[in-house]
Design a protein around this ligand. Structure first.
Ligand code: FPP
Length: 260
């Protein structure tokens, strides 16, 4: 039997629908509150065209802009983008510095659009280690958008899931040492509250582009019951249509959260 989305469309047929048709379908059912994306494949996109990797990252910025617009269009509450991981520092130095300035420039350039769309920017990740001018530039946009009430765009920047958990463990250990918390009383809520994402709901859907079947140290605690959607599309080619397709697919699933 062909798997069907809740609206009755066989999943295979979703690939034949246009962006506007998919948008209509996605609007027929509740949309997830929080979508997280591992944006992968910029390098391969460029290499396949005989271009330098940075050209792929530039196109990746355009795809990120399109994803934010589509996210606001469909009414997501949170969109988390994995922009730079704690492991990305091991890339060649020139690629790292290009990526840093590209991300900061992109965020700053997008400020008017973020304001017009009522988008609030949040950043998760380790602030230390990020060059100061880059950090200041990003902080300015976080500050300027803090009172916006629409989509929250969460940029994971210098982020690592294990790093985040380590920080949380250390913070809890300090509370235990201070006698504020008994080890046996530490709850899941305490761990969640010690993460960068303390006031952000766990992602409902995690999208990964470029076909890799791994989670790459992203939101390790938070994705315990998150639905996954992996597409072979490389990130620079990912558009609103792909996002809506993932959402319609998600809407057709039954989430069990470990139950039956
Ligand atoms: C993966 O491509 C992408 C990244 C390393 C993250 C950088 C993302 C962007 C520049 C997109 C823009 C984001 C924002 C928030 C403005 P890759 O280099 O790992 O590709 P590869 O696996 O093909 O080498």
């Amino acid at each position: 039997m062909a798997l069907r989305s809740r609206s009755g469309t066989p999943r295979a047929e979703l690939s034949t629908l246009s962006e506007s048709e998919l948008l209509v379908r996605a609007r027929e059912h509740p949309v997830p509150r929080h979508v997280a994306i591992i944006m992968d494949g910029n390098g391969r996109w460029a290499t396949r065209r005989g271009l330098p990797r940075v050209a792929g990252h530039r196109e990746g910025v355009k795809a990120a802009r399109a994803a934010v617009r589509a996210g606001t269009e469909i009414g997501l509450d949170y969109l988390t983008l994995y922009a730079f991981s704690t492991e990305n520092w091991s890339r060649p130095e020139d690629e790292v510095s290009m990526l840093m300035s590209l991300l900061e420039e992109a965020i700053y350039r997008e400020l008017p659009d973020l304001m017009a769309r009522n988008v609030r920017l949040r950043v998760i990740g380790r602030p230390g280690g990020v060059p100061l001018p880059i950090r200041r530039g990003i902080d300015r946009v976080v500050e300027a958008t803090r009172d916006n009430t629409g989509l929250t765009l969460v940029m994971a920047f210098n982020y690592g899931g294990r790093d985040e958990l380590l920080e949380a463990v250390r913070a809890l250990a300090v509370r235990v040492q201070a006698g504020e918390l008994a080890p046996a009383a530490i709850s899941e809520a305490d761990v969640s509250a010690a993460l960068y994402t303390r006031d952000i709901p766990d992602p409902d859907l995690l999208i990964r582009t470029s076909g890799e079947m791994r989670v790459s140290n992203f939101l390790l605690w938070q994705i315990a019951y998150t639905e996954l959607w992996i597409t072979p599309t490389l990130w620079p080619d990912f558009g609103a249509r792909d996002l809506y397709r993932a959402l319609v697919d998600f809407q057709g699933r039954t989430r069990r959260f470990g139950g039956v």
